[in-house]
Ligand binder design. Structure first.
Ligand SMILES: Nc1nc2c(c(=O)[nH]1)N[C@H]1C(S)=C(S)[C@@H](COP(=O)(O)OP(=O)(O)OC[C@H]3O[C@@H](n4cnc5c(=O)[nH]c(N)nc54)[C@H](O)[C@@H]3O)O[C@H]1N2
Ligand SMILES: Nc1nc2c(c(=O)[nH]1)N[C@H]1C(S)=C(S)[C@@H](COP(=O)(O)OP(=O)(O)OC[C@H]3O[C@@H](n4cnc5c(=O)[nH]c(N)nc54)[C@H](O)[C@@H]3O)O[C@H]1N2
Ligand SMILES: [Mo]
Length: 735
């Protein structure tokens, strides 16, 4: 490829997640391999963080957390002081799979026991709402900022907000208030105004506004409580998150009992104990695209690797890059708020177009919004050769020219810490009440012809003459485990031999009287920042090191100066967070809003399909006539209007594609909404008399592949309109 086409001809693409292990992780073994080969990067965008990164961040910073709040000390603060938790697009009982399991569940039961009140704002009566109880406000997807703005309207006219906080710690409030009260555009943003947008009765909004302002309220935004949420993956995702942080600033964000969180994260832990998370790059030697430089590389010197090819493709635009030979994107750069304004283009001057795809994992059809675009990409003559290094025969693995079978984490040696992702969510392990490092001894030898990812890469490298460089003189995975062990604080508490024998190590908890700082408390109290995080970079402060927020003013900005500087270029991201209903237009042809939430039982495509046990759970896949169909949930009105009953097969369709699902008629879904899991692990395209349909359940074939706005490169799968009709299986036979 390199000889025929020149540098950049080989692209490598991977998913966002992975089986655990600091050696075999894609940011480790794969990155080392890629850099030594030289490849066109298929760049991640901040999927998961969408609205936060492109929206909320501009008001208060936290760019190294991609615009989501931190969570330090919030578990204790919430249980001690909060009286209400508002779950907004937040279903932690479903999404606690990132990555700690159900430790948060127990804490939420404590909250219930303590009499903390719950409110849930979601088009679905979530598992968390079913489990914890509380008031459900069923909202029309994508309209959340209208609700939030009208709550702020109520606070402004009643005076029920923290005036001292707003006047001393924020800027831009008057300009914001002029918009909310209608002085700017003649429309006061009252609860009645929002009713037509959200479908939520004005009286419920007034009650919520009063409750929120009169009680100490925690805002559980997204699954982590301090980030994510399906609402952030809509065209209005940035509007939503921006409204949330403004609400918190109005109520005194950081004061006791007033913060972000849902008890999923922020438990007291010894955060001084060093053990790297997966984003710290493992054995990659990559200082540019992992967080290795900060600690890992210094503590475990290893051969540095640099990708000589500077060309890259935005992950969401891979299909266009192949079919049209051109793609643009905006950077994922958390080093400053403005980092995201850097545009990049493919192809890069003087580089080759991509002619070979090295796909690591094979989840795209299930997880990339608008994945129908990939069908053409795989057929395109410019894509000469595809390699898939995959554990499972799933999705696009069926289109590969060569499959390199990788083994599971149970068949290889590795080392890791439970729930520690490193850079992306620094101290994510504080979802657990303890820190635990694990020696991942392999349970069995790799099955069939499979090998560990490390071994696969090593063998290719050896054939190309880079073997010694890749393994650093023949190091096995166990040798690397020992090197990683020695680079951490583990040797201060145990020996390599004991660790090998025991298989795990639990770090002792902090002392009972060790008070952990609470997120934003320093700001609320006008002190220097005291959190144990490397955020922001020192050079970002405008008012002195550790003083104030990393915004231009050092204060919370109701009208962000960073957005003011670009609003001419991107009117859909105005500095004043005006409500924009992005949904008009499409509605007439396709009347239902499709919400694709994260699956309860599987972790994205992992553990779905592929004879997995999970697929025998009827709520995950429904067995109809011996075939396990993806499940779509609809309310009784919408179902009966279409003559549908639970267990019927339906065609879910729009102009992009058709997907066959089994229907579950359920009162838990708001009218006008159809809800199904994202991240299907099976793509099963079949020819029928109406054309090609997918029986596997890849709902992302239907979702829009567009970005959030001109300069915001976020995915918007929850801004999706479809129609649903009964599926006649004889059409399959007629084909
Ligand atoms: N409609 C819709 N779409 C969405 C979302 C949504 O809310 N709605 N959410 C988005 C979000 S937040 C995310 S994070 C993405 C997730 O999207 P992806 O990251 O694409 O999803 P995964 O299923 O985690 O993909 C991981 C792939 O890596 C493979 N893999 C795992 N471990 C190993 C290993 O050890 N070796 C090898 N060789 N392969 C391995 C898996 O088999 C799988 O194919 O989806 C996004 N897509
Ligand atoms: N079991 C399991 N756990 C996981 C994952 C998994 O695949 N499986 N994935 C992990 C990953 S990578 C991530 S990023 C997180 C994602 O965590 P989240 O982003 O929080 O998860 P979602 O399911 O996308 O969204 C949560 C809720 O938002 C609702 N929602 C969707 N659109 C709207 C809207 O417009 N307005 C409102 N108010 N609500 C809306 C959905 O109905 C859903 O109940 O989860 C993580 N945890
Ligand atoms: Mo995610």
């Amino acid at each position: 490829m390199k000889q025929e086409h020149g540098p950049g001809a080989i692209a490598m693409a991977t998913g966002a997640h992975h089986q655990w292990g600091n050696i075999n992780y894609y940011l480790s073994a794969m990155q080392r391999f890629g850099n030594l080969i030289g490849y066109t990067r298929v760049e991640m965008s901040p999927i998961s963080w969408e609205g936060w990164y492109w929206g909320a961040m501009h008001h208060y910073g936290n760019s190294l957390r991609l615009g989501t709040p931190s969570f330090y000390g919030t578990t204790e603060d919430c249980l001690e002081h909060a009286e209400v938790i508002v779950f907004w697009s937040s279903d932690p009982e479903s999404t606690s799979g990132v990555y700690a399991g159900f430790e948060g569940t127990e804490r939420r039961l404590w909250a219930k026991h303590l009499g903390i009140q719950f409110v849930h704002i979601d088009p679905y009566l979530t598992q968390s709402a079913q489990f914890l109880g509380g008031k459900w406000l069923p909202i029309k997807p994508g309209t959340d900022s209208a609700l939030a703005i009208s709550i702020m309207h109520e606070w402004m006219i009643s005076g029920n907000y923290d005036k001292e906080y707003v006047s001393s710690k924020t800027t831009g409030f008057d300009e914001w208030r002029a918009y909310v009260l209608g002085e700017e555009d003649g429309t006061p943003k009252t609860p009645e105004w929002q009713e037509a947008e959200t479908g939520i009765p004005a009286k419920d909004v007034r009650s919520l506004a009063t409750l929120w302002a009169s009680k100490k309220t925690y805002l559980a935004a997204g699954g982590l409580g301090a980030g994510f949420g399906g609402a952030c993956r809509t065209e209005a995702g940035a509007q939503w998150t921006r409204s949330l942080v403004m609400m918190m600033a109005m109520q005194g964000w950081g004061k006791p009992g007033i913060n972000f969180g849902n008890l999923q994260i922020g438990a007291p832990q010894d955060l001084n104990f060093y053990f790297p998370g997966y984003a710290e790059g493992g054995i990659s030697g990559d200082l540019n695209y992992t967080a290795s430089a900060a600690n890992n590389y210094c503590r475990m010197p290893h051969i540095i690797t640099i990708n000589p090819v500077k060309q890259s493709i935005p992950r969401q635009r891979l299909a266009e890059a192949i079919t049209q030979g051109h793609a643009d994107g905006y950077l994922w750069d958390g080093f400053s708020v403005e980092g995201q304004f850097g545009q990049y283009s493919y192809p890069k001057l003087g580089h080759s177009r991509v002619h070979m795809l090295y796909r690591y994992g094979s989840s795209s059809f299930g997880t990339v919004p608008g994945s129908n675009r990939l069908v053409e990409a795989y057929r395109h003559p410019s894509l000469e050769f595809v390699v898939n290094q995959s554990v499972w025969m799933e999705n696009e693995a069926q289109f590969a020219d060569i499959i390199l079978p990788a083994c599971t984490a149970l068949e290889r040696d590795d080392i890791s810490e439970w729930a520690n992702s490193g850079g992306y969510i620094q101290h994510a392990q504080s979802q657990l009440n303890h820190r635990m490092m694990i020696m991942q001894h392999k349970c069995i030898e790799p099955l069939g012809e499979s090998r560990s990812d490390y071994q696969i890469f090593l063998e290719i490298m050896t054939r190309l003459g880079y073997g010694g460089m890749y393994s650093e003189g023949g190091g096995s995975e166990l040798t690397w485990c020992e090197r990683i062990f020695n680079s951490t604080d583990l040797p201060k508490q145990t020996s390599w031999k004991k660790f090998l024998q025991k298989g795990y190590h639990v770090v002792p908890p902090p002392k009972d009287d060790d008070k952990q700082p609470v997120d934003m408390r320093w700001f609320a109290e006008g002190r220097a920042k005291d959190l144990p995080e490397a955020n922001p970079l020192p050079g970002v402060y405008s008012t002195g090191f550790s003083q104030g927020l990393p915004t231009q003013s050092g204060k919370f900005e109701f009208v962000p100066s960073s957005l003011r500087r670009i609003e001419q270029v991107d009117p859909a991201r105005p500095a004043v967070n005006r409500y924009i209903n992005s949904q008009s237009g499409v509605k007439q042809r396709f009347p239902l809003q499709l919400v694709t939430n994260h699956p309860v039982y599987s972790f994205h495509t992992q553990a779905d399909g592929k004879s997995s046990h999970i697929s025998t759970i009827n709520e995950h896949r429904m067995n109809v006539g011996g075939y396990k169909y993806w499940v779509l949930r609809m309310g009784p009105h919408d179902a009966s209007a279409r003559g549908l009953r639970s267990g019927d097969l339906v065609r879910v369709y729009n102009a992009q594609a058709s997907v066959i699902c089994a229907i579950d008629v359920s009162q838990l879904v708001k009218d006008g909404v159809a809800r199904g899991n994202e991240s299907c692990g099976e793509l099963d395209l079949i020819q029928t008399s109406i054309g090609m349909v997918d029986r596997g359940g890849c709902l992302n074939l239907l979702t829009p592949g567009q970005k959030m706005s001109a300069t915001a490169d976020g995915i918007v799968p929850n801004s999706c309109w479809v129609e649903v009709q009964k599926w006649d299986t004889t059409l399959e036979k007629a084909a």
